[in-house]
Design a protein around this ligand. Structure first.
Ligand SMILES: Cc1cc2nc3c(=O)[nH]c(=O)nc-3n(C[C@H](O)[C@H](O)[C@H](O)COP(=O)(O)OP(=O)(O)OC[C@H]3O[C@@H](n4cnc5c(N)ncnc54)[C@H](O)[C@@H]3O)c2cc1C
Length: 369
């Protein structure tokens, strides 16, 4: 049986790895031309997804690249008031450690035999057991798994659902080598998550594995076309930083100092989600894992669910090597329940972040009673 996986993100690679440790071959078709063809994003906190890494035989190596101190948290108001500071003790269990997405992806990539991932092979369409790629080539499959992320093309084989904008637009900026270049700002942000929640706006800062501090400034209740009307000149980084500072008017100067220290990488990111509790009628030869199946607000569940999807689909296929359609149905039943619950929880957290008084509400969330 030929298993074709589209997308070498966390979900697709977890699936390929769990199949491999269970003696089943697969091929992963990835659009990007190499593992570092583009930046691989920031930090992820991995909690329930640790089970997937255990099934993949990679949990020990995961703990070597995970950062326990990344669990630290500071919550502030725009006027500079520190509402909450939680520092992780040295001997704290690694329940929700942070890991650099690139490091985690490399761990999975390095655990696969050479040639499993076919780089520079973008999926275009599929049908009747034949996969068609953008370079004009084609390949046969018995089972096709869409692991092709938020804007999946494989998804259309199963459902008409499309991601919808949720009224959040993020401008991503960053400070390279922050400990050396801006030690004062590095100390202010600390080792983990640094959140400033204002009315309709937030700033989140976090140090990455490579020493870069990534900063995301979010604008809530903004439409899909907001970047076009925001007057942020993305082609002129200095002017873009100046405009961001203008948009943060009234915020404490410590926060605008973070923006002033950023380099010239200024990236717009619009946030989309799929409908909560999306399901489809099972098909015998195609399914989805990860964001392709259940794109959620970015509040810490998506990567964990993608890892779990990949591992659990791999285990289901390994348990029923002669009956892939039954394995897919079993996988989808569990996945719809689990990820529906995670999507609901994520939507609640997103609503809290977008609400007036978000800082106080988040404080109450972390310190109930
Ligand atoms: C470059 C990048 C950076 C990210 N940074 C962050 C971050 O900083 N914080 C965060 O919370 N989340 C980030 N994410 C999203 C996060 O990784 C996912 O939400 C989560 O891990 C779910 O994983 P996934 O495997 O479903 O999808 P993804 O991790 O998005 O992987 C999907 C893969 O499919 C490939 N692909 C897409 N279309 C095709 C096609 N037609 N043919 C072949 N391959 C295709 C993509 O190139 C990608 O490698 C990032 C994703 C990417 C791709």
């Amino acid at each position: 049986m030929t298993i074709a996986i589209v997308g070498a993100g966390l979900g697709g690679l977890a699936l390929a790895r769990v199949l491999h440790v269970n003696g089943i071959d697969s091929v992963v078709y990835e659009r990007e031309t190499s593992r570092d063809a583009r930046g691989q994003g920031g930090m992820l906190d991995i909690h329930s997804g640790q089970r997937a890494l255990r099934e993949a035989g990679l949990i020990e190596r995961f703990f070597e690249i995970a950062r326990g101190e990344g669990q630290d948290m500071r919550l502030l108001q725009p006027d500079g008031t520190l509402l909450l500071q939680e520092d992780t003790p040295e001997d704290a269990p690694l329940d929700r450690p942070e890991v650099d997405r690139a490091d985690l992806r490399n761990l999975l990539l390095d655990s696969l035999p050479a040639g499993v991932v076919r780089w520079g092979r973008a999926f275009e369409s599929a049908g009747d057991g034949v996969l068609r790629l953008a370079d004009g080539s084609s390949a046969p499959y018995d089972l096709l798994v869409g692991a092709d992320g938020a804007h999946s093309r494989v998804r259309a084989l199963l459902t008409d659902a499309r991601p919808e904008h949720i009224g959040q637009n993020v401008v991503e900026v960053g400070i390279p080598d922050v400990d050396r270049t801006h030690p004062g700002l590095a100390t202010m942000v600390g080792r983990g998550n640094y959140w400033v929640l204002g009315d309709g706006m937030s700033l989140a800062a976090q140090r990455n594995g490579d020493g870069r501090m990534r900063i995301g400034v979010s604008f809530y209740h903004t439409g899909e076309d907001w970047f076009a009307t925001s007057a942020i000149p993305f082609d002129d980084p200095a002017a873009a930083r100046a405009r961001l500072i203008e948009l943060l008017s009234g915020w404490d100067s410590r926060f605008t100092a973070l923006i002033e220290a950023c380099d010239d990488t200024v990236v717009p990111r619009s946030i989309f989600t799929l409908p909560i509790g999306l399901t489809w009628a099972s098909k015998p030869d195609v399914t989805l894992v990860g964001d392709a199946a259940h794109l959620m607000p970015p509040v810490g569940e998506g990567a964990n669910m993608a890892l779990l999807d990949g591992a659990l689909l791999g285990l289901a296929l390994a348990a029923r090597p002669g009956d892939f359609p039954a394995a897919i149905e079993e996988y989808e039943r569990e996945m719809f329940d689990r990820t529906g619950a995670a999507a609901r929880m994520s939507a609640d957290m997103q609503e809290l972040l977008m609400s007036p008084d978000a800082a106080q509400k988040l404080l109450a969330f972390f310190q109930p009673g």
